[in-house]
Design a protein around this ligand. Structure first.
Ligand code: ADP
Ligand code: MG
Length: 553
């Protein structure tokens, strides 16, 4: 009954199976991990990303690098998702997660070469990951969520390397105070932080050390009219996301007028409409209006006459934050406007006449105003601060920290290796490989600091074998130190998440033994990577990565 093999794929489709598929995928995934490794840790370097329209981002932040890079390879995208998951779940540790995923795949490749079946590797990685996460719980140190010193250490560890070094003390203090300002203690004694009540604003042209934490919100705009009040102690605030303008006629509409009177009538009609709108506003009792859209010149004049402070083209995110802060809705049409939409608070102008400060009645909500000389400086600072805010609030909620500087990874590797002895069969090798993969973190931290990574790892392992669980790398001196004494600590939750997402992604890649692509898979087919593929087209691994990143690496 032998017959011709049945052809079920289109002419242009490509197919790759078993070892070829695996090594193709592993190469692609590893290439992604390689691209962020050099940024890990306080001594990591930055990357310059140039988008296709020429926008420049200078950053050290793993998830930013990967999402801005124009990656066009399905396997590589799976690794980018690791960074995105880590960012969503923990807010920090994105480079770590991606680098560990890459190392797991590298070690998996060695095991595959020894003819160990992918299923055994997957199972071993899964066991290793579960054990490592469990051991995080055993190594973690409980801290008092009100202990400012420990919170500052967590913030500092997360921020180093993110352009925050020079003003570290100022920023660390701001981050901790910012988190505390939006944290409440629940009845059961736990702490709840809601970062929704914290807004981050940036302003260029001043020094980073002039950054500050303010009660309430900041609106970086001017009043629309010079006759308007700028300080309103007893403010009734209205938030609008509709324009105070008469709807524009279609661009090409023509107005057919028979007489000058008709023109006059038309203008008066428009004026009346604007007057009505302002009256609607005044009737609510509002004396401050923040409008997301435009305000007509004539309306500006009427508003000023009513003594109402009006601000136009306020950023959407600012309006949304104000709505949260003042606990009031955003009005989008004049028909539904009422006195209930007016929120009481206080609006004041800053001394340099650039910003409005807006405070609600109950004092809930705060703004972190970050300042810096240029956009690039402020943007990178904001990313670093965002990471730090996340890890500090997670520490407040979770109350557990770990030794940083590679200490936790070496300790976990040690414990997972011990555990491997109890694992039967070929899985044991995979569990051991999992342990080795964790040690990538101290190795790369050392490498990025210009230190010998093998020597460093030997020293760290020796310290941990002597029972020193907190022994980590001081990247500045190259010494093995007690990381708690050196204030290098990380939240436990983020590390557990990093381990989980790294091993899940690695296993996802390993499970694939067949790639069927409709059409030509590769965009450029560069063949530098190992694992050359039949047909040539798919061998390039990261073939499509070149596109949007002209200035990088
Ligand atoms: P990620 O994106 O994974 O957070 P980072 O570039 O922020 O990557 O680097 C985090 C790593 O740097 C962690 O392992 C942390 O313990 C380590 N680290 C931070 N500060 C120090 C320090 N002062 N000395 C040694 N290691 C540090
Ligand atoms: Mg970090």
């Amino acid at each position: 009954m032998q017959s011709q093999p049945m052809i079920i794929l289109g002419e242009d489709s490509q197919r790759m199976k078993d070892k070829d598929a695996q090594s193709h995928n592993i190469s692609a995934a590893r290439a992604v991990a390689e691209s962020v490794k050099s940024t890990l840790g306080p001594k990591g370097m930055d990357k310059m990303l140039v988008s296709s329209i020429g926008d420049v981002t200078v950053t050290n932040d793993g998830v930013t690098i990967l999402t801005e890079m124009d990656i066009d390879n399905p396997t590589a995208e799976m690794i980018v998702e690791v960074a995105e998951t880590q960012e969503d779940e923990a807010g920090d540790g994105t480079t770590t997660a991606v680098a560990i995923a890459g190392e797991l795949l590298k070690n998996a490749e060695d095991l595959l070469e020894q003819d160990i079946h992918p299923t055994s590797i997957i199972r071993g990685f899964h066991l290793g990951s579960e054990r490592a996460r469990e051991e995080v719980g055993n190594v973690a140190v409980e801290v008092d969520p009100e202990d400012e010193e420990i919170l500052k250490s967590v913030a500092e560890t997360s921020m180093t390397g993110k352009g925050a070094e020079l003003n570290r003390d100022v920023l660390v203090d701001l981050v901790v105070r910012a988190v505390q300002s939006v944290t409440v203690e629940a009845d059961d004694g736990s702490y709840i932080t809601d970062l929704e009540f914290l807004d981050i604003e940036t302003q260029t042209g001043r020094s980073v050390s002039e950054s500050e934490l303010l009660e309430g919100a900041v609106v970086d705009k001017d009043p629309v009219h010079s006759d308007m009040p700028t300080d309103v102690e007893d403010a009734g605030v209205l938030l609008l996301d509709t324009a105070i303008e008469v709807e524009e006629a279609e661009a090409d509409a023509q107005l057919n007028l028979d007489s000058p009177d008709q023109l006059q009538e038309f203008i008066e009609q428009e004026e009346q409409q604007l007057k009505d709108m302002v009256e609607d506003i005044a009737d609510t009792g509002a004396n401050v209006v923040f409008c997301q859209k435009g305000i007509d010149d004539m309306a500006q004049h009427y508003l000023a006459k009513e003594g109402i402070l009006a601000v136009r083209r306020v950023k959407k995110s600012d309006i949304e934050f104000l709505s949260e802060l003042l606990e009031t809705r955003i009005v989008s049409d004049f028909d539904s406007i009422s006195a209930d939409d007016v929120a009481s608070g206080r609006v004041t102008r800053d001394e340099t006449d650039e910003l409005f400060y807006v405070e609600g009645e109950d004092g809930h909500g705060a703004t972190l105003l970050l300042r810096g000389s240029t956009d690039h400086v402020v943007d990178e600072l904001e990313r670093g601060i965002n990471d730090a805010l996340d890890v500090v609030s997670s520490t407040v909620a979770d109350g557990r920290v770990l030794p940083g500087g590679g200490a936790i990874e070496v300790e976990l590797a040690d414990r997972v290796r011990d555990y491997a002895d109890s694992v039967e069969g070929r899985e044991q090798l995979a569990v051991e490989a999992f342990a080795d993969s964790l040690e990538l973190v101290p190795r790369v931290l050392a490498e990025n600091a210009g230190l010998d990574s093998i020597d460093t790892l030997v020293d760290l392992r020796a310290a941990h074998e002597d029972g020193d669980e907190h022994a980590g790398l001081n990247v500045y001196s190259g010494d093995v130190v007690d990381t708690f004494e050196a204030s290098v600590v990380e939240p436990a939750h983020a590390k557990q998440q990093a381990i989980a997402s790294a091993s899940e992604a690695a296993n996802l890649v390993l499970k694939i033994d067949d790639i069927i692509a409709a059409g030509d898979l590769s965009t450029s087919g560069g063949d530098e990577e190992e694992g050359g593929a039949p047909g040539g087209g798919m061998g390039g691994g990261m073939g499509g990565m070149g596109g949007g990143m002209g200035g990088m690496m």
